[in-house]
Design a binder for this molecule. Structure first.
Ligand SMILES: C[S@@+](CC[C@H](N)C(=O)[O-])C[C@H]1O[C@@H](n2cnc3c(N)ncnc32)[C@H](O)[C@@H]1O
Length: 213
């Protein structure tokens, strides 16, 4: 196997479950290559000052900075990711915000959130659901409906399925038709209130906004 192929395979393997050196490296790469989709998705949440919100599957952590800016010094951001390497990196990157209690990190899957009912005003999750099987995604969406207050907003960002079907790392992803994703979100009790695209080509990223029951 050539070096280029080896690097591609290591990167692909670390997209859904980052760990060790490659996981750290993937975090940096994701922050750079996903900056458009991350900004597009998180700006759609448009959280109020003082709100309590979460970015789930934050990976390289650039979304945490965006949410911290949205909610301001009186708000709280939960950074949730099951990967130890993502948590370690965020601990180093956001020392001050963690000390001030403005950023709270939790190393868990989104199907089992250690948060009380109705405790969040908003949740964002970008480029995560393709790494989660149907059973766990269904449980995760039910869990998000539980922790969001009634009327709270869930914003899901995901790549275009046709486009993702052509990328070299497609084999590590569960590529669901968008209609199926929408059905799964609404089956958990959410109402989809908006679908917008980030970018102008047919590959443009999809952002779904859903309101919690
Ligand atoms: C491709 S990265 C996306 C990171 C970032 N949101 C971005 O768009 O660049 C996928 C992230 O989802 C996380 N993840 C995987 N399974 C998850 C689950 N069940 N619940 C929450 N996060 C999960 C991974 O640890 C990883 O950090």
């Amino acid at each position: 196997m050539g070096l280029r192929n080896l690097i591609k395979r290591r990167l692909a393997a670390n997209l859904g479950q980052p760990s060790g050196f490659w996981g750290l490296f993937v975090g940096q790469v994701l922050n750079r290559v996903n900056s458009g989709p991350i900004i597009g998705t998180l700006s759609t949440l448009d959280a109020a000052k003082g709100a309590t919100v979460a970015d789930i599957g934050f990976g390289g952590g650039s979304g945490l900075r965006i949410l911290l800016d949205q909610v301001g010094p009186s708000g709280v951001v939960y950074g949730i990711d099951p990967a130890p390497v993502a948590i370690r990196r965020a601990r180093l990157q956001f020392r001050r915000e963690i000390r001030e209690g403005r950023l709270r990190l939790q190393q868990v899957n989104m199907s089992q959130l250690p948060l009380p009912d109705d405790s969040l005003d908003g949740v964002t999750t970008v480029n995560t659901i393709y790494y989660i099987d149907d059973g766990e995604l269904t449980a995760s969406l039910t869990e998000l409906a539980r922790v969001l207050r009634p009327g709270g907003r869930l914003v899901v960002g995901l790549g275009d399925t046709d486009h993702l079907g052509t990328v070299p790392w497609r084999d590590v992803m569960l590529l669901r038709p968008l209609d199926e994703v929408v059905d799964m979100i609404t089956a958990a009790g959410f109402t989809i209130s908006d679908h917008r695209r980030v970018g102008s080509s047919s590959r443009a990223f999809h952002v779904y906004v859903a309101t919690a029951p």
